[in-house]
Design a protein around this ligand. Structure first.
Ligand SMILES: [Zn+2]
Length: 240
């Protein structure tokens, strides 16, 4: 499969999810500005991120200047070391990643963790498959962390970053590109990972609150197969 950026709007693309659950490759947002390229999430591993970097190069995108983490989960963060960029995230995301960054990541460590937390065995297996080679691996901590909300005023893109929290991850934020009315949702309305049955389902109330911002008309979630229109999101909210 050739890796290619999928155009969403002027100067906006996604590096799309593989659509294969075990590969756990989320959609990565790509926003080109005069300052540089902004990534929304960093890929699930250095390997994944190198594929993203290659696609950016082929598209003639400027170097990655900023990475925004939508939340701390590994599949959104573990590729960051491939880029030398300013990383922005919620302060809780930074806290959670600081704990993880201190751990001795290696295939052996992953095996031990799987034994200690059998409920997470599948997560560790996917993580180990994605990263493959742990030598030189490191978790990149955000260089800017915020509570509540913040706005990045880049030349060509105004990005509103808003903390929404929720059941999937307490540090979830939504990234809104003002000029294009696009919202990158990360996984914010998904069920919590590794929740024993009965699964609580999607957080439709959170999505409904996001629809209150009438400037938004395109919604991109972390693992969705394509962007959704405002009407599609509204229909999804109403279907629950
Ligand atoms: Zn997640």
């Amino acid at each position: 499969m050739a890796d290619a950026l999928v155009p969403i709007a002027d100067n906006v693309w996604i590096f799309p999810t593989a659509g294969v659950a075990e590969r756990v490759e989320p959609n990565v947002g790509v926003i080109q500005t005069a300052v540089g390229t902004v990534l929304v999430d960093a890929g699930n591993s250095p390997r994944h991120a190198r594929r993203i970097a290659r696609a950016l190069e082929e598209a003639g995108a400027p170097p990655v200047s900023h990475i925004i983490y939508t939340h701390h989960h590994w599949d959104h963060v573990y590729g960051a070391q491939v880029f030398s960029a300013t990383i922005v995230a919620h302060e809780l995301c930074r806290e959670l990643l600081a704990e993880r960054a201190a751990l001795p990541w290696s295939a052996t460590f992953i095996e031990e963790e799987s034994r200690r937390n059998p409920a997470y065995e599948q997560v560790y297996r996917n993580m180990n498959r994605a990263v493959g080679d742990w030598s030189g691996f490191r978790i990149c901590l955000p260089t800017f962390a915020f509570g509540g909300q913040m706005t990045l005023y880049l030349d060509g893109a105004t990005l509103d970053l808003e903390h929404v929290g929720g059941q999937h991850a307490a540090d979830s934020i939504v990234v809104k590109l003002r000029e294009a009315g696009i919202a990158f949702l990360g996984d914010c309305f998904y069920p919590p990972p590794m929740q024993p049955a009965p699964e609580p389902g999607y957080d439709r109330a959170l999505l409904a609150r996001l629809l209150d911002d009438t400037s938004l008309h395109t919604f991109i979630d972390g693992h969705g197969s394509r962007p959704r229109t405002r009407d599609e999101v509204a229909a999804f909210v109403a279907s629950g």
